[in-house]
Design a protein around this ligand. Structure first.
Ligand code: ADP
Ligand code: MG
Length: 272
């Protein structure tokens, strides 16, 4: 399969994700621009379900925000539901933080706060439109020059609610909230939990909850206190961080509250 919808020509495979495969493609109908196409294999999809998915996708396509990966197009191609998005050639935060860790390096605190505020802006934008992300993790966060671009929002909803049969979910549990693990329902506060996990990872280049296997990781999320941020972080940031990782969703802040609080954080010159 090298051509999709008579328009997108496959260049190479970027990787395998929780819901399907990501390819780098040329958009032959738009100046051969490079874009990303995600193809999700679907056994048998009913016409109704496919309509729902198309409707969801048309909502996603209308969203524009500087910190959100542009969603261009979606369609069915044979047995695949395909989503076309902006290509972020500088790679994702997971790769970047891993490479920093390997070099025994880390981000400076002002960079951490700056990137995090961009991330919260993206989530605040989605939440204000009643859209949940549902899959916030460092491999869904891209860097484009010093800008954060959040990707893959709403896709899990497209996949899990509308196209039930596609939910061969093999995602990582590292960023999943306690209520999600208990199947207690996903809500906006579940996204806030994941943001807390990402804040920790930005700070120390290591996941907040990671154990030697999935079961132990889940146990840690459900029962253990989150690891603290390094002491060089202002007390206020530490408090905000711990609140995002409250086991009870009601105790976590909203994205709007977080944005407000973080925009008031003052770093001493020595903190940088
Ligand atoms: P996951 O998010 O679970 O890793 P994806 O299918 O979303 O799975 O992505 C698979 C790979 O493709 C990842 O390594 C990711 O960095 C890369 N990728 C996904 N979307 C983009 C994009 N818009 N721009 C650049 N690379 C991407
Ligand atoms: Mg992804």
């Amino acid at each position: 399969h090298t051509m999709y919808a008579n328009r997108y020509q496959q260049i190479k495979k970027l990787g395998q994700g929780s819901f399907g495969t990501a390819y780098l493609v040329h958009d032959t109908k738009s100046k051969h621009e490079k874009k990303v196409l995600k193809a999700i294999f679907i056994e048998d999809v009913s016409p109704n379900e496919s309509l729902d998915a198309e409707h969801e996708a048309s909502i996603l396509a209308r969203l524009r925000h500087p910190n959100i990966v542009r969603f261009y197009d979606s369609f069915m191609d044979a047995n695949h539901f395909c989503i076309v998005t902006e290509y972020c050639e500088d790679g994702d935060l997971d790769q970047y933080l891993k490479s920093l860790r390997k070099q025994r390096s880390r981000l400076q605190m002002d960079q951490v706060i700056d990137l995090f505020i961009q991330l919260v802006s993206a989530i605040n934008f989605l939440h204000s439109k009643k859209i949940l992300h549902r899959d916030i993790k460092t491999s869904n966060i891209f860097l484009k020059r010093n800008h954060i671009k959040l990707g893959d929002f709403g896709i899990s909803r497209l996949m899990m609610n509308t196209l039930d049969k596609a939910s061969t979910f093999i995602g990582t549990p590292y960023y999943m909230s306690p209520e999600t693990l208990r199947f207690d329902g996903y809500n906006m506060k579940s996204d806030i939990w994941s943001l807390g996990c990402v804040l920790y990872e930005l700070s120390v280049c290591k996941r907040a909850f990671e154990r030697s296997n999935i079961l132990q990781t889940m146990e840690a999320i459900l029962r253990e206190s989150p690891p603290l941020l390094p002491e060089r972080f202002p007390v206020k940031v530490q408090q905000l961080y711990l609140q995002m990782l409250s086991k009870e969703p009601e105790h976590r802040q909203t994205a709007a509250e977080l944005l407000e609080e973080f925009s008031h954080i003052e770093l001493k010159p020595t903190d940088k």
